[in-house]
Design a protein around this ligand. Structure first.
Ligand code: ATP
Length: 860
């Protein structure tokens, strides 16, 4: 269904109806793009390519909104009635407390908003543009009108583009039109009156490329884009609400109703049975109500979550949807990609395997210095035509660009392809020259579903060639010949398969390169062109060293009762070798995507649980695996980077996208983004998630006994027909000032030392476990006995009611202070130097409360 939006052509220029060449001319640009100087100049003229942030609510409005709360209405009503009844001081204090509450709410909301804002800023993205006639990567914010922009599957379109070259481009424009089925694009102009959804010759800023590639010229940036005009916010971070907060809110509502009933009953009981005056009983009932409601709790939970999000961001895990903070703490299985997450994604070709021999390649990284050896003796690549042919194929069927600056080689593009460019340069080929000699006419881009890439080239003599590179099984299927000594001969499949097995079991990632001639006039490439009849040039064996910190993190996860599974598109033997190095799997069992296809649902579930390494899987397998694991009641975190990973990321309990190599589509579909693509950051995030949950539990355990104790004291007083030991105003003071100040310090509690040594929490487990309920009950009874006892004792010894009440309040607050230390650890004894003095925040909070208490006690 298309959303009924009729957005008319934006300005005077109907770019979509003009010829691409005319658009270029109008924008004073060329197919080679702008110069860097011109781009700079345009950037200062047009401003950065980003949307103006939505208008923020002003501080006054935000402050005002703090009063929009049932509890506040109740309190204000109570203050008004109290004033009418002549208790001016009490009325004043209630009003003051309401004000203080609003200030606290205002400050904490601002803090949480700022934290999320900062994180939103971390999710910026990059664009691939032509500058000075070369393709480079720039921050999307720097794209200017006239820039020639390259987009491909997975990208978020950085600006409104008039397309100039299109290869099977499909774009998901839901962000703009509401239409969720991807739209096919082409370079042909469309009707000037076409609505946004029908402008097939345009790709709009903020929409997502789901398939194919294209080049276009930027016609509008920033607020001038279509999305800018309807002023939608890019990558909105979810509002501050989670399952837990909702649960607490519901709990609060039930509690309020129950308390209202109890307070009304007490009111009636007091007047009818005990014959208190209405005014006195009213104050008591209000007191009971405010005593029982944990007013400060929601604010504390929100702050704890916000602090958790900030801590995670500092450890490279950016939370996009808040509930993930909680879910992370109960994750039982992490399914991780291999490349880049467990390994460094710094690829180097180590072996070049040709029909008659295998050459070892020396050198590290993308630096093209290095050479070739055969069984230890040097080989001159320039005198090795076979090697030259393999290297040329690897270079031409390739989109990566290497650039040197200050002795360092920087890659723009895919690491796998970067490694192949380096190989070609080591073999003596000069990329620019080769690309000119054999210019590219068409391409079938690499997609992880088909696992190969193909390009069509013409040389200056007018001959056409097709190069293919990809996963070896895939490429072997396309070949019936192999290249040896400058000639084709029949393919010896068995020999190549042995080679593949041998290279893969050393942990190498293998790319096969093949070639065939085509009819001279051939101008475009389709799948059927590469289905057969190719000649295999050779294999490239690439190493990608594991991340040492990831090995450590895998170990940590295991200790924390979390299973780590590797789900990779790579070869089974490569995956097994890497798994063995990382400590994943049993070193033997691997299931491939094809094997999974043959399994029934039940068998798949069993396999998903039992096996730890899955190889040659495609994105659909990922989805099936997540579903199978969830059917077995597992809580699954799944990593992903490609467009096709989106369904699995969405389906998993915590979708984790890669910040660096991940596509925008993947990020959009996930709960969390890893700023450094590193598996270790997932383990850190789990640790922080568990800490947040612990700290919320601590805050609840800390606050509830105080409320319970206060209510019990009041009920006891009414029941035994005595003066109230604490007045409603004093209760408000305790609940809103001392309890909140103290409890807030728990939000900063660091993780307990055993946090990654316990099994994952059952997600269905309530915050208030029977143990905590028991503890709350126990502590409140101790508090009641202490407070009430001391009050009675003082009264018996002839203290005035004011003195006794002040004493009661101070006793309760001191109970709180001691109990605060107690709640710092949920499972261990707190009686240690670290337990008592280990948290600066706790000590500050205690000092503050003591100062508050002194002021409270000694000022009239
Ligand atoms: P993961 O990141 O899921 O661990 P992966 O990145 O290794 O796995 P893919 O990128 O889907 O998985 O790659 C699968 C296979 O496709 C590789 O083993 C390789 O043989 C081949 N391949 C990878 N990149 C390219 C490319 N740019 N061109 C051609 N073939 C490629």
């Amino acid at each position: 269904m298309r959303a009924q939006k009729t957005i008319m052509p934006t300005g005077p220029t109907p770019w979509h109806a003009m010829d691409a060449e005319a658009v270029l001319a109008r924008l004073r640009s060329a197919s080679t793009g702008l110069t860097a100087g011109e781009a700079r100049e345009r950037l200062s003229r047009h401003g950065p390519n980003r949307l103006s942030p939505p208008r923020k609510r002003g501080p006054l409005v935000r402050f005002g909104s703090q009063f929009r709360n049932v509890l506040i209405y109740v309190l204000l009503g109570a203050a008004a009635l109290t004033a009418v009844l002549g208790h001016m001081v009490d009325a004043g204090v209630i009003a003051a407390v309401v004000l203080v509450n609003a200030v606290i709410g205002f400050i904490q909301e601002g803090k949480a908003e700022r934290a999320l804002e900062a994180i939103r800023g971390m999710l910026s993205y990059e664009a691939s543009v032509m500058r000075d006639a070369r393709r480079t990567t720039v921050p999307a914010e720097d794209v200017v009108p006239g820039d020639v922009v390259f987009i491909q599957s997975g990208d978020r379109v950085p600006a409104d583009l008039r397309l100039m070259w299109v290869k099977d481009l499909r774009v998901d424009e839901a962000a703009l039109t509401g239409e969720s089925v991807p739209v096919e694009k082409s370079r042909e102009p469309v009707d000037p009156e076409a609505t946004v959804g029908d402008r097939k010759s345009m790709a709009f800023s903020g929409t997502l490329v789901t398939y194919g590639q294209a080049t276009g010229v930027a016609v509008a940036t920033g607020d001038d884009t279509e999305i800018g005009l309807i002023n939608m916010l890019l990558s909105r971070v979810q509002p501050l609400t989670t399952r837990l907060l909702r649960q607490m809110a519901e709990f609060g509502q039930t509690l309020t109703v129950a308390i209202g009933a109890v307070a009304s009953a007490a009111f009636v009981f007091g007047i009818v049975v005990r014959e208190y005056s209405v005014s006195e009983m009213f104050m008591a009932a209000v007191g009971l109500a405010v005593a029982a409601i944990p007013e400060g709790l929601p604010a504390i939970i929100t702050i704890t979550l916000a602090i958790g999000v900030q801590r995670m961001a500092r450890r490279n895990a950016i939370i996009r949807r808040l509930p993930a903070v909680e879910t992370l703490g109960s994750v039982t299985i992490v399914c991780s990609d291999k490349t880049g997450t467990l390994t460094r994604n710094e690829m180097t070709v180590q072996t070049a395997s040709l029909a008659e021999e295998a050459l070892e390649v020396s050198g590290v990284g993308y630096d093209p210095h290095g050479g070739f050896t055969r069984e230890g003796s040097e080989v001159n690549p320039l005198e090795h035509p076979q090697l030259q042919e393999l290297a040329r194929g690897a270079l031409l069927c390739n989109d990566a660009v290497l650039e040197e600056s200050g002795g360092r080689w920087r890659l723009s593009g895919e690491p796998t392809e970067g490694a192949l460019v380096t190989l070609a340069m080591k073999a003596g080929l000069e990329p620019r020259m080769q690309k000119e000699l054999y210019y590219r006419v068409d391409v079938i881009p690499f997609e992880s579903e088909h696992r190969f890439m193909a390009t069509l080239h013409h040389n200056h003599a007018g001959h056409a060639f097709i190069y293919v590179k990809g996963a070896p099984e895939k490429v072997l299927e396309m070949c019936n010949r192999e290249r040896a000594r400058g000639e084709d001969r029949p393919l010896d499949i068995a020999r190549w398969e042995r080679r593949i097995e041998e290279m893969a079991s050393r942990g190498q990632r293998i790319i096969a390169v093949a070639f065939r001639e085509a009819e001279d006039a051939k101008g475009s490439l389709v799948f059927s062109d590469v289905e057969g009849g190719l000649s295999l040039l050779g294999l490239c064996g690439i190493i990608d060293p594991p991340r040492t910190e990831a090995i450590e993190a895998v170990k940590q996860c295991k200790q924390a009762g979390i299973r780590v599974k590797m789900i990779t598109g790579d070869h089974a033997l490569t995956a097994r070798a890497v798994g063995a190095r990382m400590g994943i799997g049993d070193g033997r069992t691997v299931r491939t995507g094809r094997e999974l296809d043959g399994l029934s649902d039940e068998d798949l579930r069993a396999a998903a649980e039992k096996v730890d390494i899955f190889a040659r899987v495609s994105p659909e397998h990922k989805l099936r695996l997540v579903e199978a694991l969830q059917a077995r009641k597992q809580v699954v975190a799944m990593t992903g980077d490609g467009v096709n990973d989106a369904p699995a990321l969405k389906r998993s309990d915590v979708g984790v996208a890669m910040g660096i190599k991940g596509t925008e589509v993947a990020k959009e579909s996930s709960e969390m983004v890893l700023a450094d693509d590193n598996f270790a950051s997932i383990a850190h995030a789990v640790e922080e998630g568990r800490t947040v949950h612990d700290n919320i539990k601590k805050a609840v355990t800390f606050i509830l006994p105080t409320n319970a104790a206060e209510s019990l004291v009041l009920i006891a007083a009414i029941g035994f027909d005595m003066m109230l030991p604490i007045t409603p105003v004093q209760i408000l003071w305790i609940n809103m000032i001392t309890a909140v100040t103290l409890a807030l310090s728990l939000a900063f509690e660091p993780a307990e030392s055993d946090i990654m040594h316990r099994p994952p929490r059952d997600p269905r487990e309530p915050i208030l476990t029977p143990f905590l309920l028991w503890r709350i009950g126990y502590v409140s009874i101790v508090m009641v006995i202490g407070t009430f006892g001391l009050f009675l004792w003082e009264r018996r010894n002839g203290a005035s009611i004011e003195l006794a009440r002040t004493l009661a309040v101070n006793t309760l607050v001191m109970f709180e202070v001691f109990y605060l230390f107690n709640t710092r650890y949920l499972r261990r004894l707190v009686l240690s130097v670290k337990g008592l003095a280990g948290s600066r925040y706790v000590l500050i909070a205690v000092a503050l409360v003591i100062i508050f208490q002194l002021l409270f006690t000694y000022t009239p």
